[in-house]
Ligand binder design. Structure first.
Ligand code: ACO
Length: 346
């Protein structure tokens, strides 16, 4: 059972980044793979139940990439949808950033593959801050958009189901695949920020895919032992997630000089419905102002916040001028929060 005991950390909290960028979202698009897996289907191959999954996580189903789909394919579909929404051609973009921790390959990055798919050779690179990747990406791509003379595309894209052990009931039930993208443009009067971003790398094994890189390379023996799969200490991650997301969101509100009552919509990283409810409760935010998609998407890591943003837009929950608070937490550990002002487009 998860209890709210203080979390140990040796790292001092970083100062909040008070930067507010004159940057708006000019286009938003999402892509979810066609196939969905509901809890019932998982019970046929795992020792679990629909009730356990729903009560512990809030997840009812998740989308999974087709056998020929990789992260860049999901990202490309989301990128096209966002460009269409913005009424832009890919040739008008100045840079492309993909936030992902499940790249097509360790090398090269996924972003150049997406840029090639769009038919452009602009600057393209990945940001890996795990589930916090989209919030980190907003800082990086937002700064690019504010200082170059054209739009910048930020995509959160993940194929988590490829790095999860399908036989591990502790993780296989949690994750889904998907991608969503925003076109960021410099615009007078727009506001993106302040930002609170942080990390604590003291204990990466809390949540990692151990045998995937240079520290602990994926030898044949380690692959057979399944050491390339994602593993985590779920209850430790849970406690950190609630505390870090709450602290980060609070720091952003303080830096912005606004109260939680001034926030129209909260979009937290969709890792667990109980984590989201815990954060909302600690922030003093009514649950109905927290947008939740985990029931339908599962945890899609860096894609979860833009997917939820697209869902909020598509279900009429976003109006012009709305202040949206976003907060995330992920492997690393990493965490982050920021504020964006929604601009409705004609
Ligand atoms: N079905 C049934 N029982 C299960 C399942 C399952 N799918 N999974 C675990 N259990 C069992 C465990 O074996 C354990 O049994 P035991 O008591 O006999 O040992 C019991 O349920 C309780 O297990 P806990 O791990 O303590 O359950 P908890 O309440 O912590 O919930 C969960 C587990 C859902 C994983 C929760 O800890 C959580 O959501 N943690 C956060 C995960 C997260 O946010 N990850 C984000 C990272 S994503 C990224 O950065 C890429």
């Amino acid at each position: 059972m998860i209890v709210d005991t203080p979390v140990a950390t040796t790292s001092a909290a970083p100062a909040v980044d008070r930067t507010v960028l004159p940057v708006a979202v000019a286009g938003l698009g999402a892509y979810l793979p066609a196939r969905t897996v509901d809890n019932e289907e998982l019970t046929r191959r795992l020792d679990t139940s629909d009730t356990w999954i729903r009560t512990r996580t809030g997840i009812g189903r998740r989308h999974t990439a087709g056998p020929d789909e990789a992260t860049s394919d999901l990202a490309l579909a989301a990128a096209r949808a966002a460009l269409l929404d913005a009424g832009l051609d890919a040739t008008e973009l100045r840079a492309l950033v993909v936030a992902t921790c499940t790249p097509d390959h360790l090398l090269p990055a996924t972003a150049p593959l997406v840029a090639a798919g769009l038919g452009t050779s602009i600057a393209a690179f990945d940001v890996n801050a795990a589930c916090s990747g989209f919030v980190y990406g907003l800082r990086v791509a937002g700064a690019l958009a504010a200082t170059t003379d054209g739009p910048v595309l930020l995509i959160g894209a993940e194929t988590l189901t490829r790095i999860v052990d399908p036989a591990d009931r502790g993780t296989a039930i949690l994750f889904g695949d998907g991608a969503a993208a925003v076109v960021l443009v410099a615009e007078e009067g727009a506001a993106l920020g302040p930002f609170d971003l942080g990390s604590d790398g003291d204990d990466p094994s809390m949540l990692w895919a151990a045998a995937t890189g240079t520290r602990y390379p994926p030898t044949p023996a380690r692959l057979v032992a399944g050491e390339h799969f994602l593993t985590m200490r779920g209850s430790d991650v849970y406690r950190h997630a609630v505390l870090r997301m709450t602290a980060s969101a609070t720091a952003v509100l303080e830096a912005a000089g606004i109260a939680i009552e001034d926030v129209d919509l909260f979009i937290g990283h969709q890792a667990n419905a109980r984590i989201l409810a815990g954060v909302a409760e600690r922030l003093g935010l009514p649950q109905e102002r927290s947008h939740v998609t985990i029931d339908r998407h599962g945890n899609t890591s860096a894609a979860s916040i833009p997917l939820a943003l697209a869902d909020a837009r598509d279900t009429g929950r976003l109006r012009d001028g709305d202040r949206v608070l976003v907060a995330a937490f992920g492997a690393g550990l990493t965490w982050g929060a920021t504020l964006l002002t929604w601009r409705a487009r004609p």
